[in-house]
Design a protein around this ligand. Structure first.
Ligand SMILES: Nc1ncnc2c1ncn2[C@@H]1O[C@H](COP(=O)(O)OP(=O)(O)OP(=O)(O)O)[C@@H](O)[C@H]1O
Ligand SMILES: [Mg+2]
Length: 568
């Protein structure tokens, strides 16, 4: 099912609910007519079977229609909630990485889970209630004017003061609803912080501090929630006070008209019934006004999320690439924020085969190079090419299909080990999966796990060690059989025995693939065919280990320090 059918379906359901609501209003509005006829017939001593039968039919019709409307509305609002959740998540999945990283996780979660539901209340219940009760109000008003203009004008005068008050309240409710939903978002963000850092919290003995923080966030949401409820609860009294005043005027003046013979008792009864009928739709109108304001506030929070900048992927036709195409960075300048460049005029060629090691101090811009190559970010100037093709002129699917990327901080999904390994290649043959596991040195881990490949890992890969997680990510990258393998310190958590297995694998894979490793350890550097020294965001030098040792003082110092701190 695509977005349009989904959209059309909920629109159809809303219209159905609205139509049932209109029928309901019509059947209600018809009742006083029959009651009036009934009274006139009693006065004239004529047969009352027909008006009585009609009144009964109207009662039954009303009951059936009320149930139908409530069901249709509920169903439509569930559908709208699902549509909003789905479409906002869809936009998040395809969002620009830089924009995505600015999002607060807890707040985003709260927008997706609770604001979507609140918003659907505005769209479904609020709008349909407002439409049907609006129709009912207009109908009742027209019929009251028809029965007695003077009496009707007097009653409306009393009611309009209440309407004015409610309109003023509505704008306050909306502002307070926005505050309340933002407070709920902040609370959710606090919870997320605890979920993500429980060990840090415990080892810092910060449970009390976090508890206080969460309590104050919960209290802030409570306070704005109470203020919102207080404002919302004023809607009903504003309506009822107006109505009671109108009732008083109607009965007083109406009865004097009946006594003076200017109005029949049947007409006054019908008029009072209409006035009563005005009560519930009017109250509903006021309440739905409040609800719509709350929902609109929620909807605007969801829309903000839905409006997140999408990753640009304008090219559809895959580019032609040659077997021997390598990667070239040409005068690449880039900064996460425009004022602070991270990479300055980086020019670099990486051949289609062999191992290239990138070395440099922490913060030199090594990971950034990989992120530009994956097109998570875009160079401020200069270009990155695969063969002759600028990566910005390639479809994203093609570009990312060429690359197997093992991130610096590996995160695994909650799911089975198999799902985690096959994530980049769902249809991989069993033999290929087995080969990737063996090549990544993961076999002993698989043998050790209670259900082997089908062992369920918790969120973030809890249950595996840091080194094991890295090897899962390496197996995933290998299984993709990419043209370029990017490894960001992927052997950093391995013992020397496992590391030797991995380095052996990388060396073998590099016969057909370009392996690019960000490395701190001499052991990794030693398998590299060429080494790129990155310093302060620029390429300082390129060469083999021996060449660099000979000519590059900077490299020599780095290696010496490395040997002192962690002899390989
Ligand atoms: N998402 C980001 N937003 C803003 N600045 C960032 C972001 N990621 C990295 N930086 C900054 O860019 C610079 C280069 O970061 P990068 O991650 O590329 O370094 P690195 O060479 O990989 O370092 P390390 O060896 O510590 O992993 C650093 O100064 C870092 O603070
Ligand atoms: Mg890094």
């Amino acid at each position: 099912m695509d977005a349009t059918t989904f959209d059309n379906r909920y629109r159809g359901q809303l219209i159905a609910a609205g139509s049932v609501g209109l029928l309901l209003s019509l059947s209600t509005l018809a009742q006083p007519m029959f009651v009036s006829t009934f009274i006139s017939r009693v006065e004239d001593r004529a047969s009352v079977v027909w008006p009585l039968a009609m009144i009964t039919v109207m009662f039954i019709l009303q009951a059936v229609l009320t149930a139908a409307q409530s069901f249709l509305l509920g169903r439509a609002s569930e559908r709208i909630t699902a549509l909003l959740r789905w479409s906002a998540t869809r936009d998040l999945l395809r969002s620009d990485v830089a924009e995505f990283r600015k999002l607060d996780r807890g707040d985003t979660h709260s927008r997706l889970v609770s604001d979507t539901q609140l918003a659907s209340v505005a769209l479904a219940d609020g709008i349909v209630d407002m439409a049907t009760s609006g129709f009912m109000v207009v109908g009742a008003v027209a019929l009251m004017l028809y029965v007695d203009v003077g009496l009707a004008v007097a009653a409306f005068g009393c009611l309009s003061s209440a309407a004015l008050l409610s309109a003023l309240l509505a704008s306050r409710v909306r502002a307070m609803a926005t505050t309340n939903q933002a407070d709920i978002g902040a609370f959710s963000s606090g919870v997320q912080r605890i979920l993500g850092s429980i060990l840090t919290i415990k080892s810092s003995r910060a449970e009390d501090r976090e508890e206080q923080r969460i309590a104050s966030l919960a209290d802030r949401a409570r306070r704005s929630g109470v203020r919102l409820t207080w404002l919302s609860s004023l809607f009903m009294p504003a309506a009822t006070v107006g109505l009671q005043l109108a009732l008083l005027v109607t009965i007083g003046w109406g009865m004097s008209k009946v006594v003076e013979g200017h109005m029949s008792l049947a007409d006054l009864t019908a008029f009072v019934m209409y006035l009563f009928f005005l009560l519930s739709p009017l109250a509903m109108l006021f309440m739905s006004l409040g609800r719509i304001q709350r929902g609109r506030a929620a909807l605007s929070r969801v829309k903000e999320l839905k409006g997140i900048k999408q990753e640009a992927d304008p090219v559809v036709v895959p580019c032609r690439l040659g077997e021997d195409d390598g990667i070239a960075f040409e005068d690449v300048r880039f900064g996460y924020d425009a004022k602070r460049p991270v990479l300055r005029d980086v020019s670099l060629r990486i051949p289609p085969r062999g191992v290239t090691a990138i070395v440099g101090l922490s913060g030199a811009g090594k990971t950034t190079l990989f992120q530009l190559l994956e097109r998570f970010y875009h160079p401020d100037s200069g270009s990155i090419r695969v063969g002759e093709q600028d990566i910005s002129s390639m479809p994203l699917g093609q570009l990312r299909g060429l690359i197997g990327y093992v991130e610096q901080d590996v995160m695994l999904f909650s799911g089975s080990l198999r799902e985690n390994i096959c994530y980049s290649n769902h249809d991989a043959a069993e033999a290929d999966v087995a080969a990737a596991i063996r090549l990544a040195g993961l076999q002993p881990t698989v043998d050790k796990l209670p259900s082997g490949m089908d062992t369920i890992l918790s969120e973030g890969g809890v249950g595996l060690s840091g080194g094991e997680k890295q090897r899962v990510a390496i197996a995933r990258a290998l299984l993709k059989k990419p043209r370029f393998i990017l490894l960001d310190e992927a052997t950093a958590h391995q013992d020397s025995e496992t590391e030797a297995v991995l380095l052996d694998t990388l060396k073998n894979v590099s016969v057909e693939t370009s392996v690019i490793v960000i490395a701190h350890r001499l052991s990794t550097i030693s398998i590299a065919d060429r080494i790129v020294v990155l310093d302060g965001g620029s390429v300082h030098s390129v060469g083999t280990h021996e060449e660099l040792l000979e000519v590059d003082e900077r490299y020599r110092t780095m290696i010496l320090l490395q040997m002192e701190s962690a002899p390989a």
